[in-house]
Design a binder for this molecule. Structure first.
Ligand code: FAD
Ligand code: NAD
Length: 480
């Protein structure tokens, strides 16, 4: 028996089965590596649920509720413009949540099937890296721990919500993202601490369903990493939808009193209190490494608690790699997955490369927000000589036809070479429109390249085309 064929010995052991870990496991198996993936997530039905935060309590369930709530809102508020009237409109929240849970179950079950189909050995429970690329596996069913041996180990343990002082999660009144994806009725008043990505997405869900949503944000504005034109435009749109923002607000504490949450906050006006039925805390996430590393594993953490890695995702221990939310870089599912693939391709002796400069961001509000590359404020700060073009959806035929005329596309290109440096979109289907811009930037395309490509009419993508033309002052459907 060769060493590789011995039970409990693998070419690659991956700890964590989120989009970083499970995608890496499938790719490793495709490359002929004997692969194990350990994940401890347990679904609502008590069964293993590989897929991590993304499939269980993140990307997918939030998008399911965003879509359900969008339909409800459209029927109630926008159908009348199209000449469609609805006599009475009701919403069944438990059914909406059950639909979301069904999608989660389908997808996590799909990962289990993909593991079987690709011969990835799945271990449901906790993994801990020991010295010498040994991994201790503690099964979720309470049976004794066993030891596994790996040629290479990939750590993909993800992240967890950050808590703030004097605001304690209780899972019922004061909740994190998982709790806010599982309300059984619409809270009359929902407080959200943090007007970031989760606050905006989940705040939108419950606002569309009828909650009065108040976002308490420490900064004087929101989305500081988005282009300023886009965040300002989005702020106006969200305010029109009824989301209330308290910027420059420091939350000092929250208490549950008689089934209400009393939040004490401080802003320029001094200290005050607000009362909510539910409070969502969404102030960011931190890498999760609890119990992951034995003291002699040799893997170093940064002072921010991330697993320390180099540009190729190598940790401080040869043969041990780390990817996804537990390392540096944006906490995004697609970034985690591409890192996982790049790592196993390197383990298999293939060249691998990720361009972190062209990782797209999408926020699935209405209008959607999406961007890739540098913002205008970043270019100004770096002293880059650039040209800017933009195009409003209000001048795009398809956007008007569908009643989605809010927003714009903004393109930034190098003033000398015309290479596209960034594209920023707020508007319907921004999540899809950004893909063309990512491809253009990956190929070091210029605004002229996009301007000369034929875009179908009538489509929203014509707004990208027009923004590219506008960089050179020759947009057709707007005054230049
Ligand atoms: P995770 O998905 O967190 O997976 C890590 C897994 O490892 C978990 O299952 C965990 O239980 C397991 N684990 C940890 N330690 C151990 C251990 N010692 N042993 C065994 N198992 C362990 N990103 C997007 O790109 N698009 C979106 O639309 C989006 N929406 C989001 C919405 C919400 C509400 C949230 C919270 C996040 C969202 N994200 C989104 C972020 C995205 O979910 C994460 O970036 C992504 O899941 C990170 O993948 P990962 O594999 O690194 O970690
Ligand atoms: P975030 O970093 O997007 O936003 C957190 C917000 O909370 C910031 O605006 C910050 O200024 C504010 N804040 C921090 N401390 C505060 C305090 N004490 N009081 C008031 N405000 C405070 O974090 P998030 O919304 O929790 O999301 C975490 C991460 O999950 C995101 O950064 C992203 O990487 C990922 N995510 C991605 C998507 C997507 O891709 N569509 C969706 C959801 C989550």
């Amino acid at each position: 028996m060769t060493e590789q064929n011995m039970p409990g010995t693998f070419d690659v052991i991956i700890i964590g089965g989120g989009p970083g870990g499970y995608v890496a496991a499938i790719r490793a198996a495709q490359l002929g590596l004997k692969t194990a993936c350990i994940d401890m997530f347990t679904g609502k039905d008590g069964k293993p649920a590989p897929g991590g935060t993304c499939l269980n309590v993140g990307c997918i369930p939030s998008k399911a509720l965003l879509d359900s709530s969008k339909y409800f809102h459209h029927v109630g508020h926008e159908f009348a413009d199209h000449g469609i009237s609805v006599k009475s409109l009701t919403v069944d929240i438990p059914k909406m949540i059950a639909r979301k849970d069904g999608i989660v179950k389908k997808l996590t079950g799909g990962v289990t099937q993909l593991f079987k189909g690709n011969r990835v050995e799945f271990f449901h429970g906790r993994g801990r890296l020991l010295a010498g690329k040994q991994v201790e596996f503690t099964p979720a069913d309470g049976t004794p721990a066993i030891s596994l041996q790996a040629g290479s180990v990939i750590l993909a343990s993800g992240s967890v919500p950050i808590a703030i002082p004097n605001v304690t999660f209780d899972g019922e009144f004061i909740v994190d993202n998982a709790g806010a994806l599982d309300f059984t009725s619409v809270p009359r008043r929902l407080g959200v601490i943090g007007a970031g990505v989760i606050g905006l997405e989940l705040g939108s869900v419950w606002s569309r369903l009828g909650a009065e949503v108040v976002l308490l944000e420490a900064l004087e504005g929101f989305l500081p990493t988005a282009d300023i034109t886009i965040s300002q435009h989005a702020a106006r749109e969200f305010a029109k939808q009824g989301l209330k923002f308290h910027f420059g607000t420091l939350v000092k504490g929250a208490n549950v009193v008689k089934k209400e949450v009393l939040v004490t906050l401080e802003d320029k006006q001094g200290e005050s209190q607000l009362t909510f039925d539910k409070l969502l805390v969404a102030v960011g996430r931190k890498p999760y490494t609890d119990g992951l590393l034995s003291p002699d594993s040799g893997v170093r953490l940064t002072d921010r608690g991330q697993i320390e890695v180099d540009g190729q995702s190598r940790t401080s221990v040869p043969g041990v790699w780390a990817v996804g939310d537990c390392v540096r870089g944006p906490m995004l599912a697609h970034k985690a997955s591409e890192e996982g693939i790049a790592v196993v391709e390197q383990i298999a002796g293939k060249p691998a490369h990720i361009c972190f400069d062209t990782v797209p961001w999408v926020i699935y509000t209405e209008p959607e927000i999406a961007w890739v590359g540098k913002t205008e404020q970043e270019l100004k700060k770096a002293g880059v000589n650039y040209r800017s073009g933009s195009f409003p959806f209000a001048a795009n035929g398809r956007a008007l036809a569908s009643g989605n005329s809010a927003g714009l596309v903004k393109m930034l290109a190098d003033a000398e070479t015309d290479e596209i440096l960034g594209v920023h979109i707020v508007g319907a289907s921004a999540s899809e429109l950004i893909a063309e811009c990512v491809v253009a930037m990956e190929f070091h395309g210029s605004s002229e390249d996009l301007a000369r490509i034929v875009h179908a009419h009538p489509t929203l993508s014509e707004a990208v085309h027009e923004a590219a033309l506008h960089v050179d002052g020759r947009a057709i459907h707007r005054g230049n």
